[in-house]
Design a protein around this ligand. Sequence first.
Ligand code: HEM
Length: 517
Amino acid sequence: MAELMEDFGRRPSLRTGAVPPTRVTALSSTSSTRSSSTCTRGVIVPISSRTLPLGVFSSLRRPRDDEPMSDPLIWHRLQFAFTVIYHYLFPQLTMGLALLIVILKAVGLRTGDRRWDAAARFWIRIFGINFAFGVVTGIPMEFQFGTNWAGFSRFAGGVVGQTLAMEGMFAFFLESSFLGLLVFGERRLSRRGHFLAALALFFGSWLSGYFIVCTNAFLQHPAGQTLNAGGTLELADFWAFVLNPWALAQYAHTMMAAVVTAAFVMAAVGAWYGLLGKHSDQAARFLRVGTLAGLIASVAVAFPTGDQQAKLVARHQPVTLAAMEGRFASERMAGIVLIGQPNVREKRLDNPVVVPGFLSFLAYGTFHSNVRGLNEFPPDVWPDNIELLYYAFHVMAGLGTLLILLMALAVLFDLRGRLTASRPLLWALLLAFPFPYIATTAGWMTAELGRQPWLVYGLLRTAAGASPAVHSGTVLFTLIGFAGLYFVLGILFLFMIGREIAHGPEPPEGTGEATHG
Ligand code: HEM
């Protein structure tokens, strides 16, 4: 630990990859660099393109022949990838559930029907368990900025520290205080007061999400920073940083994805009770809210939010778009790929099934727009794991289509009053609940692998962001520790959630009525 802290505190310079502030290196001819220069208020100093193309999160990258697995960077990335993927399993559900709980409480308040409050109470308990595991798994990541990513913290801490601190100080405290009120205050507060507590919880958790997404958006598309004399970034324009257009689009997409996750989980629990013939009244309620919210959010995830994200990537990270689609040659009327295997060695896509013209249209708004292929960019600015990036993007978009179809079918059945009686559809809803988790993980992999080889796009190579004094053995040691600890946490989580679901929603307060079917 002493070694890690020493590294964080005393690292003299960004040796591997960062250039001295005076050396402004024209980074190839990519418009990606140009775009980051134009979007940013403040001085932009692109970093030499000759540095190693490596990155955070994209830990599953192919080690090249000349890069042994003992390279600590691979392990730094694997550790961050593992901990962040695991951590995000929890907040995606809490952020989505926060909205659904507000909806349940609002309907209860409006109709005066206490059964909606009982439904909300059940989901508040599920929220509470997820929230606790989210906090426990989130804390190590903040430490990793210092222990594993000292170069990055030193270079960009003056900017990203702002949103990370605001997340902790404002949003997290708001969220945790109101969660306490929501769980323990129902009997003490009026119905309206309890609804307001749910609203504050929603506000806190979505604000928290914004600060985190805003931090990530800065890495994707830096805005509002300036480079100081010491060669590190500092905040020049707070509002340009906080209202970064990338952050707004990314936030909309991420939050809709969180609602998709929560809606699928709610519908799956409803389907489970429906299949067992238990809690029939609440099962129908969970199914109705889950499928309706699921349909709206699944559509919104594709359009307009996913579409908007794709347009931003096309505009500011064209090399990423080319890699996401496994596209090597530039083309007008470029088709969107449905199936195919990227063959990076031969620079082609094998066995492609393509819808002609669609990629040009989706990326730039007209069928005849030119989509630039990877061949137009120097290989050292290509994302370093094109295969995984390509599959992550296609898994996300493919699952997105499937989720819309499933929810549309379920809503149709529900409108006809046949959903609770349709066992095959209930089974499909039950078994589909992992899909949004997979799509969300694939979405983050797309964003993070696509950003490579940059840690801060156009400004800092990922290789320059790692802690140079920490060797592979140390990182692997802590990674094994995390794996063991998270395995135990996972068992505990499943046990606690399983117990809540087995217990089921309680009867509405004051009615003495059972919710069992
Ligand atoms: C259906 C069509 C979809 C499209 C066109 C789409 C498009 C995109 C694009 C272009 C990115 C950004 C990649 C980058 O920054 O380099 C992205 C990221 C992401 N996607 Fe999707 N997506 C779709 C479906 C989904 C679904 C179904 C989910 C989850 C339920 C999802 C969750 C995410 C997440 C969490 C991210 C990372 C955060 C971000 O960059 O916004 N996406 N998506």
